[in-house]
Design a binder for this molecule. Structure first.
Ligand SMILES: [Mn+2]
Length: 424
Protein backbone atom coordinates (compact mmCIF):
# COMPACT_ATOMS: atom_id res chain seq x y z
CA UNK A 1 0.00 0.00 0.00
CA UNK A 2 1.01 3.62 -0.38
CA UNK A 3 2.09 5.81 2.53
CA UNK A 4 -0.89 8.02 3.42
CA UNK A 5 1.43 11.01 3.89
CA UNK A 6 2.22 10.92 0.18
CA UNK A 7 -1.49 11.03 -0.66
CA UNK A 8 -2.09 13.88 1.79
CA UNK A 9 0.82 15.86 0.40
CA UNK A 10 -0.44 15.44 -3.15
CA UNK A 11 -3.96 16.39 -2.05
CA UNK A 12 -2.74 19.58 -0.34
CA UNK A 13 -1.43 20.76 -3.70
CA UNK A 14 -4.83 20.41 -5.35
CA UNK A 15 -7.32 20.99 -2.51
CA UNK A 16 -7.80 24.76 -2.86
CA UNK A 17 -8.64 24.56 -6.56
CA UNK A 18 -10.94 21.61 -5.97
CA UNK A 19 -12.91 23.44 -3.28
CA UNK A 20 -13.42 26.42 -5.60
CA UNK A 21 -14.46 24.19 -8.51
CA UNK A 22 -16.82 22.23 -6.29
CA UNK A 23 -18.48 25.40 -4.98
CA UNK A 24 -18.91 26.73 -8.53
CA UNK A 25 -20.44 23.46 -9.71
CA UNK A 26 -22.74 23.36 -6.65
CA UNK A 27 -24.04 26.80 -7.58
CA UNK A 28 -24.49 25.83 -11.22
CA UNK A 29 -26.36 22.62 -10.36
CA UNK A 30 -28.48 24.46 -7.81
CA UNK A 31 -29.75 26.67 -10.62
CA UNK A 32 -30.80 23.47 -12.39
CA UNK A 33 -32.58 22.29 -9.24
CA UNK A 34 -29.98 19.62 -8.46
CA UNK A 35 -28.46 19.14 -5.01
CA UNK A 36 -24.76 18.43 -5.46
CA UNK A 37 -24.47 16.69 -2.10
CA UNK A 38 -27.10 14.15 -3.11
CA UNK A 39 -25.20 13.36 -6.31
CA UNK A 40 -21.90 13.11 -4.45
CA UNK A 41 -23.42 10.77 -1.89
CA UNK A 42 -24.60 8.37 -4.62
CA UNK A 43 -21.31 8.59 -6.47
CA UNK A 44 -19.30 7.87 -3.33
CA UNK A 45 -21.29 4.67 -2.75
CA UNK A 46 -20.73 3.50 -6.32
CA UNK A 47 -18.20 0.74 -6.92
CA UNK A 48 -16.92 -1.22 -9.88
CA UNK A 49 -14.99 -4.48 -9.49
CA UNK A 50 -11.38 -4.88 -10.61
CA UNK A 51 -10.63 -7.95 -12.72
CA UNK A 52 -7.66 -9.70 -11.12
CA UNK A 53 -6.20 -10.31 -14.58
CA UNK A 54 -6.33 -6.59 -15.37
CA UNK A 55 -3.39 -5.71 -13.12
CA UNK A 56 -1.04 -7.67 -15.38
CA UNK A 57 0.05 -6.40 -18.78
CA UNK A 58 -2.09 -7.86 -21.54
CA UNK A 59 -1.11 -8.45 -25.11
CA UNK A 60 -2.34 -9.21 -28.56
CA UNK A 61 -1.91 -12.37 -30.60
CA UNK A 62 1.28 -10.80 -31.92
CA UNK A 63 3.16 -10.05 -28.73
CA UNK A 64 3.09 -9.08 -25.12
CA UNK A 65 5.43 -6.46 -23.70
CA UNK A 66 5.64 -7.00 -19.95
CA UNK A 67 6.06 -3.95 -17.74
CA UNK A 68 8.26 -3.69 -14.66
CA UNK A 69 7.04 -5.10 -11.37
CA UNK A 70 4.23 -7.22 -12.77
CA UNK A 71 2.34 -9.26 -10.19
CA UNK A 72 3.67 -12.82 -9.87
CA UNK A 73 0.59 -14.36 -8.31
CA UNK A 74 -2.82 -13.55 -6.87
CA UNK A 75 -1.32 -12.07 -3.71
CA UNK A 76 0.73 -9.55 -5.69
CA UNK A 77 -2.38 -8.84 -7.76
CA UNK A 78 -4.38 -8.14 -4.62
CA UNK A 79 -1.67 -5.73 -3.45
CA UNK A 80 -2.04 -3.81 -6.71
CA UNK A 81 -5.83 -3.86 -6.43
CA UNK A 82 -5.50 -2.50 -2.88
CA UNK A 83 -3.49 0.45 -4.20
CA UNK A 84 -6.10 1.16 -6.88
CA UNK A 85 -8.81 1.30 -4.23
CA UNK A 86 -6.66 3.28 -1.80
CA UNK A 87 -6.19 6.07 -4.33
CA UNK A 88 -9.33 6.13 -6.49
CA UNK A 89 -11.90 4.80 -3.97
CA UNK A 90 -14.17 3.43 -6.69
CA UNK A 91 -13.20 -0.25 -6.71
CA UNK A 92 -14.09 -2.03 -3.45
CA UNK A 93 -14.08 -5.54 -4.93
CA UNK A 94 -11.96 -7.90 -7.01
CA UNK A 95 -13.11 -10.58 -9.43
CA UNK A 96 -11.01 -13.75 -9.49
CA UNK A 97 -10.19 -15.94 -12.45
CA UNK A 98 -9.71 -19.64 -11.76
CA UNK A 99 -7.31 -21.42 -12.08
CA UNK A 100 -5.07 -18.36 -12.67
CA UNK A 101 -5.82 -17.15 -9.13
CA UNK A 102 -6.22 -20.47 -7.36
CA UNK A 103 -5.05 -20.40 -3.72
CA UNK A 104 -6.27 -21.56 -0.34
CA UNK A 105 -9.53 -19.87 0.70
CA UNK A 106 -8.05 -18.89 4.06
CA UNK A 107 -5.05 -17.20 2.45
CA UNK A 108 -7.24 -15.39 -0.07
CA UNK A 109 -9.59 -14.15 2.65
CA UNK A 110 -6.76 -12.95 4.87
CA UNK A 111 -5.07 -11.12 2.03
CA UNK A 112 -8.19 -9.47 0.62
CA UNK A 113 -9.06 -8.12 4.06
CA UNK A 114 -5.52 -6.89 4.55
CA UNK A 115 -5.77 -4.74 1.42
CA UNK A 116 -9.26 -3.47 2.31
CA UNK A 117 -11.25 -5.26 -0.40
CA UNK A 118 -13.69 -8.13 -0.87
CA UNK A 119 -14.40 -10.58 -3.69
CA UNK A 120 -16.82 -10.07 -6.55
CA UNK A 121 -17.90 -12.67 -9.15
CA UNK A 122 -15.83 -15.81 -9.77
CA UNK A 123 -14.71 -16.43 -13.35
CA UNK A 124 -14.15 -19.92 -14.69
CA UNK A 125 -11.65 -20.66 -17.43
CA UNK A 126 -12.39 -23.40 -19.93
CA UNK A 127 -10.93 -21.60 -22.92
CA UNK A 128 -7.38 -22.87 -22.52
CA UNK A 129 -5.73 -26.10 -21.44
CA UNK A 130 -4.12 -26.10 -18.02
CA UNK A 131 -1.08 -28.17 -17.06
CA UNK A 132 -1.98 -31.77 -16.35
CA UNK A 133 -5.60 -31.64 -17.42
CA UNK A 134 -7.03 -34.85 -18.82
CA UNK A 135 -8.91 -33.61 -21.88
CA UNK A 136 -8.35 -30.69 -24.23
CA UNK A 137 -10.58 -27.65 -24.80
CA UNK A 138 -9.18 -27.21 -28.31
CA UNK A 139 -12.59 -28.01 -29.79
CA UNK A 140 -14.69 -26.52 -27.03
CA UNK A 141 -15.52 -27.04 -23.38
CA UNK A 142 -19.15 -26.96 -22.23
CA UNK A 143 -20.29 -27.71 -25.79
CA UNK A 144 -17.54 -30.16 -26.74
CA UNK A 145 -18.68 -33.21 -28.70
CA UNK A 146 -16.87 -35.39 -26.15
CA UNK A 147 -18.89 -36.11 -23.03
CA UNK A 148 -15.85 -36.47 -20.75
CA UNK A 149 -14.52 -33.05 -21.83
CA UNK A 150 -17.89 -31.43 -21.17
CA UNK A 151 -18.01 -33.10 -17.76
CA UNK A 152 -14.53 -31.79 -16.95
CA UNK A 153 -15.69 -28.26 -17.84
CA UNK A 154 -18.79 -28.67 -15.66
CA UNK A 155 -16.68 -29.84 -12.72
CA UNK A 156 -14.30 -26.91 -13.13
CA UNK A 157 -17.22 -24.48 -12.92
CA UNK A 158 -18.54 -26.22 -9.81
CA UNK A 159 -15.05 -26.01 -8.31
CA UNK A 160 -15.16 -22.23 -8.91
CA UNK A 161 -18.49 -22.04 -7.06
CA UNK A 162 -17.05 -24.04 -4.15
CA UNK A 163 -14.03 -21.76 -3.82
CA UNK A 164 -16.26 -18.71 -4.22
CA UNK A 165 -18.53 -19.85 -1.39
CA UNK A 166 -15.57 -19.98 0.93
CA UNK A 167 -14.35 -16.49 0.13
CA UNK A 168 -17.66 -14.60 0.10
CA UNK A 169 -18.43 -14.44 -3.61
CA UNK A 170 -22.05 -14.56 -4.76
CA UNK A 171 -21.75 -15.04 -8.51
CA UNK A 172 -20.17 -17.17 -11.19
CA UNK A 173 -19.42 -15.76 -14.63
CA UNK A 174 -19.12 -18.21 -17.49
CA UNK A 175 -17.54 -17.22 -20.73
CA UNK A 176 -16.61 -19.94 -23.20
CA UNK A 177 -14.42 -19.78 -26.26
CA UNK A 178 -16.52 -22.52 -27.85
CA UNK A 179 -17.58 -22.10 -31.44
CA UNK A 180 -16.28 -22.98 -34.87
CA UNK A 181 -13.83 -21.63 -37.41
CA UNK A 182 -15.39 -23.04 -40.58
CA UNK A 183 -18.91 -23.22 -41.97
CA UNK A 184 -20.05 -26.78 -41.47
CA UNK A 185 -17.54 -27.51 -38.71
CA UNK A 186 -20.20 -27.59 -36.01
CA UNK A 187 -23.90 -28.31 -35.98
CA UNK A 188 -25.24 -25.07 -34.47
CA UNK A 189 -28.24 -26.72 -32.85
CA UNK A 190 -26.52 -29.79 -31.43
CA UNK A 191 -23.64 -27.68 -30.15
CA UNK A 192 -26.01 -25.34 -28.33
CA UNK A 193 -28.00 -28.29 -26.93
CA UNK A 194 -24.79 -29.72 -25.46
CA UNK A 195 -23.93 -26.30 -24.02
CA UNK A 196 -27.37 -25.88 -22.41
CA UNK A 197 -27.21 -29.36 -20.94
CA UNK A 198 -23.77 -28.71 -19.42
CA UNK A 199 -24.63 -25.25 -18.09
CA UNK A 200 -27.76 -26.80 -16.56
CA UNK A 201 -25.51 -29.02 -14.46
CA UNK A 202 -23.54 -25.99 -13.27
CA UNK A 203 -26.77 -24.13 -12.54
CA UNK A 204 -27.99 -27.07 -10.46
CA UNK A 205 -24.92 -26.65 -8.23
CA UNK A 206 -25.47 -22.90 -7.77
CA UNK A 207 -26.37 -21.82 -4.20
CA UNK A 208 -29.78 -20.12 -3.86
CA UNK A 209 -28.33 -16.69 -3.13
CA UNK A 210 -25.94 -16.79 -6.10
CA UNK A 211 -26.24 -15.45 -9.63
CA UNK A 212 -25.05 -17.24 -12.74
CA UNK A 213 -23.80 -14.76 -15.31
CA UNK A 214 -23.26 -15.83 -18.89
CA UNK A 215 -21.27 -13.60 -21.20
CA UNK A 216 -21.86 -13.40 -24.93
CA UNK A 217 -19.18 -12.66 -27.50
CA UNK A 218 -19.58 -12.65 -31.25
CA UNK A 219 -16.10 -13.80 -32.25
CA UNK A 220 -12.64 -14.77 -30.99
CA UNK A 221 -11.13 -17.24 -30.36
CA UNK A 222 -13.62 -18.92 -32.70
CA UNK A 223 -13.86 -16.82 -35.85
CA UNK A 224 -16.80 -18.23 -37.81
CA UNK A 225 -19.31 -18.79 -35.02
CA UNK A 226 -19.42 -18.75 -31.26
CA UNK A 227 -21.88 -20.74 -29.17
CA UNK A 228 -23.00 -17.68 -27.18
CA UNK A 229 -22.61 -15.10 -29.92
CA UNK A 230 -25.04 -12.35 -28.95
CA UNK A 231 -27.52 -11.13 -26.38
CA UNK A 232 -30.35 -13.09 -27.97
CA UNK A 233 -28.64 -16.41 -27.37
CA UNK A 234 -27.53 -15.16 -23.96
CA UNK A 235 -31.12 -14.36 -23.05
CA UNK A 236 -32.25 -17.81 -24.20
CA UNK A 237 -29.69 -19.36 -21.84
CA UNK A 238 -30.81 -17.23 -18.90
CA UNK A 239 -34.48 -18.03 -19.59
CA UNK A 240 -33.78 -21.72 -19.98
CA UNK A 241 -31.83 -21.92 -16.70
CA UNK A 242 -34.08 -19.96 -14.33
CA UNK A 243 -34.29 -16.94 -12.06
CA UNK A 244 -30.70 -17.11 -10.82
CA UNK A 245 -29.32 -16.92 -14.37
CA UNK A 246 -28.76 -13.53 -15.97
CA UNK A 247 -26.90 -12.02 -18.88
CA UNK A 248 -23.56 -10.27 -18.66
CA UNK A 249 -22.88 -7.51 -21.16
CA UNK A 250 -19.26 -6.89 -22.10
CA UNK A 251 -19.20 -3.62 -24.03
CA UNK A 252 -16.59 -4.94 -26.46
CA UNK A 253 -18.39 -8.14 -27.40
CA UNK A 254 -20.69 -6.77 -30.08
CA UNK A 255 -20.53 -5.98 -33.75
CA UNK A 256 -19.44 -2.39 -34.47
CA UNK A 257 -22.21 0.20 -34.02
CA UNK A 258 -24.57 -2.15 -32.18
CA UNK A 259 -26.92 -0.20 -29.91
CA UNK A 260 -25.65 -1.54 -26.59
CA UNK A 261 -27.71 0.80 -24.42
CA UNK A 262 -30.82 -0.61 -26.04
CA UNK A 263 -29.74 -4.17 -25.24
CA UNK A 264 -29.29 -2.99 -21.67
CA UNK A 265 -32.84 -1.60 -21.65
CA UNK A 266 -34.33 -4.81 -23.07
CA UNK A 267 -32.55 -7.09 -20.61
CA UNK A 268 -33.48 -4.78 -17.75
CA UNK A 269 -37.14 -4.78 -18.74
CA UNK A 270 -37.27 -8.55 -18.43
CA UNK A 271 -35.12 -8.74 -15.29
CA UNK A 272 -32.31 -10.53 -17.09
CA UNK A 273 -29.52 -7.96 -16.90
CA UNK A 274 -26.94 -9.54 -14.59
CA UNK A 275 -23.91 -7.35 -14.99
CA UNK A 276 -21.27 -5.64 -17.07
CA UNK A 277 -17.73 -5.86 -18.22
CA UNK A 278 -16.75 -2.27 -18.92
CA UNK A 279 -14.12 -1.44 -21.52
CA UNK A 280 -14.07 0.35 -24.84
CA UNK A 281 -13.43 -0.48 -28.46
CA UNK A 282 -12.88 1.16 -31.82
CA UNK A 283 -13.10 -1.85 -34.11
CA UNK A 284 -14.05 -4.99 -32.21
CA UNK A 285 -13.18 -6.57 -28.90
CA UNK A 286 -10.27 -4.19 -28.42
CA UNK A 287 -10.47 -4.21 -24.60
CA UNK A 288 -9.34 -0.59 -24.54
CA UNK A 289 -9.67 1.52 -21.40
CA UNK A 290 -13.25 2.33 -20.48
CA UNK A 291 -14.53 5.53 -22.13
CA UNK A 292 -11.24 6.06 -23.98
CA UNK A 293 -13.02 5.95 -27.35
CA UNK A 294 -16.73 6.61 -26.85
CA UNK A 295 -17.60 8.17 -23.48
CA UNK A 296 -21.06 9.12 -24.77
CA UNK A 297 -21.97 5.48 -25.32
CA UNK A 298 -20.94 4.71 -21.75
CA UNK A 299 -23.09 7.61 -20.56
CA UNK A 300 -26.06 6.27 -22.54
CA UNK A 301 -25.64 2.86 -20.90
CA UNK A 302 -25.66 4.56 -17.49
CA UNK A 303 -28.66 6.61 -18.53
CA UNK A 304 -30.55 3.30 -18.82
CA UNK A 305 -29.18 2.08 -15.50
CA UNK A 306 -30.19 5.23 -13.62
CA UNK A 307 -33.61 5.01 -15.25
CA UNK A 308 -33.94 1.51 -13.76
CA UNK A 309 -32.39 2.10 -10.34
CA UNK A 310 -35.64 3.26 -8.72
CA UNK A 311 -36.38 -0.46 -8.43
CA UNK A 312 -34.37 -1.51 -5.33
CA UNK A 313 -34.09 -5.10 -6.56
CA UNK A 314 -32.24 -3.93 -9.67
CA UNK A 315 -28.60 -4.57 -8.82
CA UNK A 316 -26.51 -5.59 -11.83
CA UNK A 317 -22.87 -6.34 -11.09
CA UNK A 318 -20.32 -3.89 -12.44
CA UNK A 319 -16.83 -4.92 -13.40
CA UNK A 320 -14.00 -3.62 -15.57
CA UNK A 321 -12.54 -5.95 -18.18
CA UNK A 322 -9.62 -4.44 -20.04
CA UNK A 323 -6.30 -5.43 -21.49
CA UNK A 324 -3.49 -2.96 -20.86
CA UNK A 325 -0.83 -3.21 -23.48
CA UNK A 326 0.99 0.13 -23.36
CA UNK A 327 0.10 1.64 -19.98
CA UNK A 328 0.74 0.85 -16.33
CA UNK A 329 -2.29 -1.34 -15.50
CA UNK A 330 -2.77 0.34 -12.12
CA UNK A 331 -3.06 3.75 -13.78
CA UNK A 332 -5.42 2.47 -16.47
CA UNK A 333 -7.67 0.73 -13.97
CA UNK A 334 -7.88 3.83 -11.76
CA UNK A 335 -8.73 5.98 -14.77
CA UNK A 336 -11.36 3.54 -16.00
CA UNK A 337 -13.00 3.20 -12.58
CA UNK A 338 -13.26 7.00 -12.49
CA UNK A 339 -14.72 7.06 -16.01
CA UNK A 340 -17.43 4.60 -15.02
CA UNK A 341 -18.14 6.71 -11.96
CA UNK A 342 -18.24 9.82 -14.16
CA UNK A 343 -20.79 8.29 -16.52
CA UNK A 344 -22.92 7.39 -13.50
CA UNK A 345 -22.70 10.93 -12.10
CA UNK A 346 -23.58 12.46 -15.47
CA UNK A 347 -26.55 10.10 -15.86
CA UNK A 348 -27.78 11.18 -12.40
CA UNK A 349 -27.95 14.76 -13.72
CA UNK A 350 -30.49 13.95 -16.43
CA UNK A 351 -33.75 15.78 -15.77
CA UNK A 352 -35.92 12.66 -16.05
CA UNK A 353 -39.22 14.40 -15.59
CA UNK A 354 -38.45 16.82 -18.40
CA UNK A 355 -37.13 13.99 -20.57
CA UNK A 356 -40.31 11.95 -20.06
CA UNK A 357 -42.35 14.99 -21.05
CA UNK A 358 -40.34 15.54 -24.24
CA UNK A 359 -40.74 11.87 -25.09
CA UNK A 360 -44.52 12.03 -24.60
CA UNK A 361 -44.72 15.11 -26.79
CA UNK A 362 -42.46 13.56 -29.46
CA UNK A 363 -40.08 16.49 -29.08
CA UNK A 364 -37.02 14.69 -30.37
CA UNK A 365 -34.75 17.71 -30.30
CA UNK A 366 -35.44 18.67 -26.70
CA UNK A 367 -35.30 15.03 -25.55
CA UNK A 368 -31.85 14.48 -26.95
CA UNK A 369 -30.76 17.90 -25.67
CA UNK A 370 -31.81 16.87 -22.17
CA UNK A 371 -29.31 14.01 -22.37
CA UNK A 372 -26.59 16.19 -23.86
CA UNK A 373 -27.02 18.77 -21.12
CA UNK A 374 -26.23 16.15 -18.49
CA UNK A 375 -23.38 14.65 -20.50
CA UNK A 376 -21.74 18.03 -21.08
CA UNK A 377 -21.61 18.83 -17.37
CA UNK A 378 -18.09 18.50 -15.99
CA UNK A 379 -18.66 16.41 -12.85
CA UNK A 380 -14.98 15.99 -12.03
CA UNK A 381 -15.24 18.16 -8.86
CA UNK A 382 -17.92 15.77 -7.53
CA UNK A 383 -15.76 12.70 -8.16
CA UNK A 384 -12.64 14.34 -6.75
CA UNK A 385 -14.44 15.59 -3.65
CA UNK A 386 -15.87 12.11 -3.05
CA UNK A 387 -12.36 10.67 -3.25
CA UNK A 388 -10.93 13.34 -0.93
CA UNK A 389 -13.63 12.77 1.69
CA UNK A 390 -12.97 9.02 1.52
CA UNK A 391 -9.27 9.72 2.16
CA UNK A 392 -8.34 8.84 -1.39
CA UNK A 393 -6.44 11.01 -3.83
CA UNK A 394 -7.80 14.08 -5.59
CA UNK A 395 -5.59 13.12 -8.51
CA UNK A 396 -4.94 9.36 -8.20
CA UNK A 397 -2.42 9.11 -11.05
CA UNK A 398 -0.39 12.02 -9.68
CA UNK A 399 -0.30 10.51 -6.19
CA UNK A 400 0.53 7.08 -7.60
CA UNK A 401 3.45 8.42 -9.60
CA UNK A 402 4.68 10.40 -6.61
CA UNK A 403 4.63 7.27 -4.48
CA UNK A 404 7.10 5.30 -6.60
CA UNK A 405 4.99 2.16 -5.96
CA UNK A 406 5.78 0.52 -9.30
CA UNK A 407 9.52 1.02 -8.93
CA UNK A 408 9.38 -0.34 -5.37
CA UNK A 409 7.51 -3.53 -6.25
CA UNK A 410 9.71 -4.05 -9.32
CA UNK A 411 12.58 -4.75 -6.92
CA UNK A 412 10.72 -7.70 -5.40
CA UNK A 413 9.00 -8.94 -8.52
CA UNK A 414 11.35 -10.18 -11.21
CA UNK A 415 10.26 -9.79 -14.81
CA UNK A 416 8.02 -12.64 -15.94
CA UNK A 417 6.88 -13.76 -19.34
CA UNK A 418 3.45 -15.08 -18.30
CA UNK A 419 1.37 -13.66 -15.49
CA UNK A 420 -2.14 -14.46 -16.70
CA UNK A 421 -2.85 -11.25 -18.61
CA UNK A 422 -5.24 -11.81 -21.44
CA UNK A 423 -8.44 -10.86 -23.15
CA UNK A 424 -11.68 -12.41 -21.94
MN1 LIG B 1 -15.48 -9.82 -20.57
Amino acid sequence: MIDNNIIELDNERAATTLKADYAALAEHLDRRGIDIEGIKSKVSKYGVAIPSWGVGTGGTRFARFPGPGEPRNIFDKLDDCGVIQQLAKATPTVSLHIPWDKASPADLTTKVQEVGLSFDAMNSNTFQDHPGQQHSYKFGSLSNTDNATRQMAVEHNIECIELGRQIGSKALTIWVGDGSNFPGQANFTKQFERYLDAVGKVYAALPDDWTLLTEHKMYEPAFYSTVVQDWGTNLLIAQQMGDKAKCLVDLGHHAPNVNIEMIVARLTQFNKLGGFHFNDSKYGDDDLDTASIDPYRLFLVFNELVEAESDPSFKPMHMLDQSHNVTDPIESLMMSAMEVQRAYAQALLVDREALAGFQEENDALMATTALKKAFRTDVEPILAMARLEAKGAIDPVSAYRASGYRQAVAKDRPAVAGGGGGIV
